[in-house]
Design a protein around this ligand. Structure first.
Ligand code: NAD
Ligand code: ZN
Length: 355
C-alpha cells in the first residue's frame, strides 16, 4: 500500500506492508541510481535482531554504521561520530542515508542528512510502531542537555519504506509505546476509529492485518496534516495532543524508563480531563479511556514518582510554552482538536485530579 505525502517542500510516498522491503527498494531504483554511496545508519538492537532480513532483502551495496540504541543515539557526541563516519567514507552530496530503526535512529539520521554538506537525500526504513509517526512528516532532531529535540530541522525524507516484518522483534513495552501514537492519531481525527480501538483487542495482541490498517490510517492522518502545515504554524500542533504533559513525565523519569508513547498515554488522559473543562468531552468517556489504558498495561503509577512542582519545570520548557502560560492541544469533541492556553493553576488542579 502506498500513501503519498505532499509536503510543501517535498513530496514522497510511504510504502507499507508485510515483506515489502526488497520490492519497495527496487522500485526506488531511480533514487538509488543517482547516488554514489549508500550509508545505512542503524542501532545495535535493530541490527542484532533484523540484520539477517535486511541483508537478504536490501539489493544494493552499502556502508554500515551501527550506533548505540535509544536516546543516546540522539546525542551531540553521536551526531558528531556519524558525521565523522560520513567524512571518512568520503560521502558526497550524491550520497544517500538509510535510517534503519525506530524514532531515535530516524530523528538522528534525518538531522545528519539535513546538515551533511547542507543536505543529502535520505530514506526512512522504520522498525517500530511508534515510527509510523516519527518517520513521516520531516521533523528531525537531536537532544541538548537543556532539552530534548531542541536542535533540529524540518527535512523530509525521499521515501519511507515500512515493512511490518521488522515489528516482530519489538518488546511489549515498545508495542504499547507505539500504539499510544496510533491512539493519538485516532483521537484527533475520527471518533468511530477511537471506539473501534477502545472496544478492540489488547494493543499488544492486535491481529497483523488490523495493525497494518491502523498504522496506514495513522500515517494518513499525519500526512494530511503535514500537507496543510509542514512547519507547525497551525494544524500541525494538533499532533502534539498528549505531548505537553507526556513530555514532562518522560523527562522527569529520565528518558527510557518510561517509553515515549507510555508517557504520551498518560498525557492523553491528562488532556481528556482538561478537555472536559474547555471542550465537550464527557467524564464517562475519560473513565472508559482510563480503564482501557490500565487494562493495556500503561504505567500510570509513574505519575506518583513526581510532584507537580517537579513536573512544572519540564512543562515550562515545552516548545509551545509562552512566557509562563502553557499551550495545550485539547479536544472539543473526540476527533476535533483545538489549541488552548491554560494557566498553571488550572494545570495543577488537573494534575491533582489525575493522581
Ligand atoms: P527508539 O528508536 O529508541 O526505539 C525504541 C527501542 O526499540 C530502542 O531500544 C531500539 O533499539 C529498539 N528497537 C527498534 N526497533 C526494533 C525492532 N524492530 N526490534 C527490536 N528492537 C527494536 O524509539 P521509538 O520509540 O521508535 O521512537 C522514540 C523517538 O522518536 C524519540 O526520540 C522521540 O523524540 C522521537 N519521535 C520523533 C517524532 C518525529 O516526528 N520526528 C515523532 C515522535 C517521536
Ligand atoms: Zn510522540
Amino acid at each position: 500500500m502506498k500513501i503519498p505525502v505532499r509536503a510543501a517542500s517535498h513530496s514522497y510516498d510511504v510504502t507499507i506492508g508485510k515483506g515489502i522491503l526488497k520490492e519497495a527498494v527496487t522500485a526506488l531504483n531511480y533514487l538509488f541510481a543517482k547516488t554514489d554511496k549508500i550509508v545505512v545508519l542503524t542501532d545495535e538492537n535493530v541490527w542484532s535482531s533484523q540484520q539477517h532480513y535486511f541483508e537478504a532483502n536490501f539489493p544494493y551495496e552499502y556502508h554500515l554504521h551501527v550506533m548505540p540504541a535509544g536516546e543516546t543515539c540522539k546525542s551531540f557526541e553521536n551526531y558528531n561520530a556519524v558525521q565523522t563516519f560520513l567524512l571518512e567514507q568520503k560521502c558526497t552530496r550524491k550520497s544517500l542515508i538509510i535510517a534503519f530503526g525506530g524514532g531515535a535512529v530516524g530523528d538522528l539520521a534525518g538531522f545528519v542528512a539535513a546538515t551533511y554538506m547542507r543536505g543529502i537525500p535520505f530514506v526512512q526504513v522504520p522498525t517500530t510502531i511508534l515510527a509510523h509517526d516519527s518517520a513521516v512528516g520531516g521533523k528531525t532532531a537531536i537532544n541538548h542537555a537543556l532539552g530534548k529535540n531542541m536542535i533540529g530541522a524540518f527535512y523530509q525524507p525521499d521515501a519511507v519504506i515500512y515493512d511490518i516484518t521488522f515489528l516482530h522483534s519489538l518488546s511489549e513495552k515498545e508495542v504499547r509505546s507505539g500504539m499510544a501514537e496510533v491512539i493519538k492519531h485516532a483521537l484527533i481525527s475520527d471518533a468511530q476509529w477511537v471506539e473501534e480501538l477502545l472496544e478492540g483487542d489488547f494493543v499488544t495482541k492486535l491481529p497483523e492485518e488490523t495493525l497494518v490498517n491502523y498504522l496506514a490510517h495513522g500515517i494518513q492522518v499525519k500526512a494530511t496534516i503535514v500537507e496543510q502545515d509542514e512547519t507547525e504554524q497551525s494544524v500541525r500542533k494538533f499532533l502534539n495532543l498528549g505531548h505537553t504533559y507526556g513530555h514532562a513525565i518522560e523527562a522527569a523519569a529520565g528518558y527510557g524508563r518510561v517509553a515515549h508513547g507510555e508517557a504520551v498515554m498518560i498525557g492523553l488522559l491528562y488532556t481528556l480531563l482538561l478537555s472536559e473543562q474547555y471542550g465537550k468531552v464527557n467524564h464517562q468517556f475519560t473513565k472508559r479511556f482510563l480503564h482501557f489504558a490500565l487494562e493495556n498495561g500503561y504505567p500510570f503509577e509513574a505519575v506518583h514518582d513526581f510532584t507537580f512542582e517537579q513536573l512544572t519545570e519540564y512543562l515550562l520548557k515545552d516548545k509551545k510554552a509562552d512566557y509562563g502560560q502553557l499551550q495545550f492541544v485539547l479536544l472539543d469533541t473526540i476527533g476535533h482538536p483545538f489549541v488552548q492556553k491554560v494557566e498553571l493553576e488550572k494545570c495543577e488542579q488537573i494534575d491533582q485530579q489525575l493522581r
